[in-house]
Design a protein around this ligand. Structure first.
Ligand SMILES: [Zn+2]
Length: 103
């Protein structure tokens, strides 16, 4: 866990995983496939630290065949999505909730 600086003050060039890190909007296409909705503005809460924010504010990482969205406050995994040719796997254990607005 990183407690030395607030995420907003972090130098993006100093982030050790930056080569793997994407703008969360890059994950928007995969999330659209899963939820059939635009998800980046959807509120969610980190199950680990309780941080609330929009899905688009999570840190997105490409790992193997899927994406991992991490909490920018505590860096724990909030959502994992893996696409295979026959299915989409969603692991949302790290989210206390994910709000899909209707209409
Ligand atoms: Zn968190």
């Amino acid at each position: 866990m990183r407690e030395d600086k607030a995420v907003d003050e972090m130098d993006p060039n100093g982030w050790p995983g930056q080569a793997l890190m994407l703008d969360a909007n890059a994950a928007a296409g995969i999330l659209y496939d899963v939820f059939s909705a635009e998800m980046t503005a959807s509120p969610t809460e980190c199950a680990h630290c309780g941080r609330e924010g929009e899905v688009g504010t999570l840190l997105a990482f490409m790992q193997g065949p899927g994406i991992i969205l991490r909490c920018p406050a505590c860096e724990n995994v909030v959502l994992r999505v893996v696409r295979t040719p026959g299915a989409i796997f969603l692991d949302a254990r790290g989210a206390a909730y994910l709000c899909l607005r209707r209409g």
